[in-house]
Ligand binder design. Structure first.
Ligand SMILES: Cc1cc2nc3c(=O)[nH]c(=O)nc-3n(C[C@H](O)[C@H](O)[C@H](O)COP(=O)(O)OP(=O)(O)OC[C@H]3O[C@@H](n4cnc5c(N)ncnc54)[C@H](O)[C@@H]3O)c2cc1C
Length: 458
């Protein structure tokens, strides 16, 4: 290899691995992605009853991070992001329904405006907060952290911050729901997560050709830069910069990047034991249904747990909560119901009594009894599915860290060992597409600073 030109092996072809593959290939490094299953990870295209469904992420938020990613690659945006009607959706709280963002004609609009004003100082710093290495000596990260603490004040948790603002109960309940973007109850989520609905605001999108277009785009950017994406190749061991595969083969690269859950990485390196259920973020049960006709529902409906204290107690005990967060996406005859469940490695289907009760609650609350029974076909992804390529128990955002190590001050190092870097949902704070892309931009910047670009170096 010429000076600067480093062969890079990336473990995991989810969105994080593919995004970083594009960025490092853009620097002129030859990149190979090793994916145990299919590229896309949690985002994959399913066919249900002859209809195409995209699994995993359904809401595309904080598009400025995507635009920063495109700018780094010098690419135009092929996604044609479309605003999702109704934004974050209609929240059915025990105190009344609340659309987020709250529209001007709604009785809670003045309180919503008060909320937006409170977090306004943070808005310009959001991009840096999501895509800058979290190092306090970096001026942009320092400014962003100051702005964040200026808004959250002394409150460590989302619950603490929301209570202190004394919002009407319906708005407070709807805001609490979004703490679950941290994969945790609002009492255990950093205060930053209470601000998410306001920071997202009206910027809730989906690519015109569905979320699958994001995966297609990343794959085409990667291929155009010569990245090799090897599917069905599972890494079973990592020592130094040498990878061993399930079929016994091995390969050594100059540089490795893990885009896996950090605990999986530790196991491959011969370290660490699985986290206990109480120290995991939540998992999900996703039900994709092909209906005979369009569902009479808004694009997104949100049913929060009716009592967050009971919900938290259950999660901590690794038990079923009395009721949970249900997200319902309706798109013509396509219906997706996503239930938040504890991250217990367990097969779970629509016939489970707890799931049945939750689905009844969803149908009754939305006024569509029997809707799922009318489906022509249904497919279910359960915690076992999410555990197969991810964190134990199927925890969507990986391990749950103590508060003082959550959010921007996360404990996962970007470079756990010489020659080894890591990205992905369980590494960069936030979870979801913005964190995955922001994390890839961050690690690309750090690698770029550590190793000269191949274009310039040799
Ligand atoms: C139901 C659900 C709803 C969601 N909703 C949203 C949303 O609305 N908006 C949003 O922004 N985000 C959402 N998310 C989160 C988002 O989908 C994820 O954060 C993101 O897709 C994770 O990408 P990743 O690359 O970090 O991880 P993954 O997608 O988990 O990728 C890791 C990859 O590594 C592979 N792998 C594992 N072990 C090995 C090995 N030993 N060798 C080789 N390969 C291996 C896996 O097969 C997998 O492909 C949702 C997630 C779920 C599950």
């Amino acid at each position: 290899m010429g000076e600067g030109r480093q062969s890079v092996g990336i473990l995991g072809g989810g969105l994080a691995g593919l995004a970083l593959a594009c960025l490092l290939a853009e620097r002129g490094h030859p990149v190979t992605v090793y994916e145990r299953d299919r590229a896309g990870g949690k985002l994959r295209r399913l066919e249900v009853g002859g209809l195409a469904f995209d699994t995993g992420p359904s809401l595309f938020t904080f598009p400025e991070v995507w635009r920063a990613f495109l700018a780094r690659l010098g690419e135009a945006d092929p996604l044609d992001l479309q605003p999702l009607p109704g934004g974050l959706g209609l929240h059915h709280t025990p105190f009344g329904t609340v659309p987020l963002p709250v529209p001007p004609e709604h009785p809670l609009f003045a309180e919503w405006e008060r909320y937006l004003t409170r977090l306004e100082p943070l808005r310009p710093h959001l991009g840096p907060l999501l895509s800058t290495p979290p190092q306090l000596w970096r001026p942009d990260f320092l400014r962003a952290s100051r702005a964040l603490f200026g808004v959250t004040g002394p409150h460590l948790t989302a619950e603490g911050w929301i209570r202190a603002q004394r919002y009407p109960p319906a708005l407070a309940h709807a805001l609490r729901t979004h703490a679950l973007n941290a994969g945790r109850a609002p009492q255990d989520a950093p205060a930053l997560y209470a601000l998410i609905p306001g920071l997202v605001g009206h910027e809730v999108f989906r690519p015109a050709r569905g979320m699958g277009a994001l995966l297609e785009t990343l794959l085409s950017f990667a291929r155009a830069r010569g990245v090799e994406v090897l599917e069905g190749v599972e890494v079973t061991r990592l020592r130094g910069t040498t990878l061993t595969f399930r079929d016994g083969g091995a390969v050594t690269h100059d540089l490795l990047v893990s885009a896996l859950d950090p605990q999986r990485l530790r196991r491959l390196r011969g370290q660490g034991a699985p986290s206990p259920a109480a120290r995991r973020t939540v998992s999900g049960l996703a039900i994709y249904a092909a209906l005979p006709g369009p569902a009479p529902l808004p694009a997104t409906s949100v049913l929060p747990p009716s009592d967050f204290r009971a919900f938290r107690r259950a999660l901590r005990a690794g038990a079923w909560p009395p009721d949970t967060l249900a997200l319902v996406h309706a798109d013509g005859p396509r219906l997706a119901v996503l239930l938040t469940v504890p991250a217990l490695t367990r097969r779970l289907g629509p016939d489970h009594p707890w799931v049945q009760a939750e689905l009844r609650r969803v149908e009754e609350t939305l006024g569509v009894p029997g809707l799922l029974r009318s489906a022509l076909d249904v497919q279910v992804l359960d915690p076992l599915h999410y555990a197969a390529g991810g964190h134990p128990g199927g925890a969507i955002y990986g391990a749950a860290h103590p508060l003082w190590r959550s959010g921007p001050f996360h404990p996962e190092p970007y470079r756990p060992a010489p020659g080894l870097w890591q990205v992905g949902t369980g590494v960069h704070p936030g979870g979801g597409i913005p964190a995955v892309l922001g994390g890839a931009l961050t690690v690309d910047r750090l690698i770029g600073a550590a190793i000269p670009d191949a274009h310039h170096g040799g």
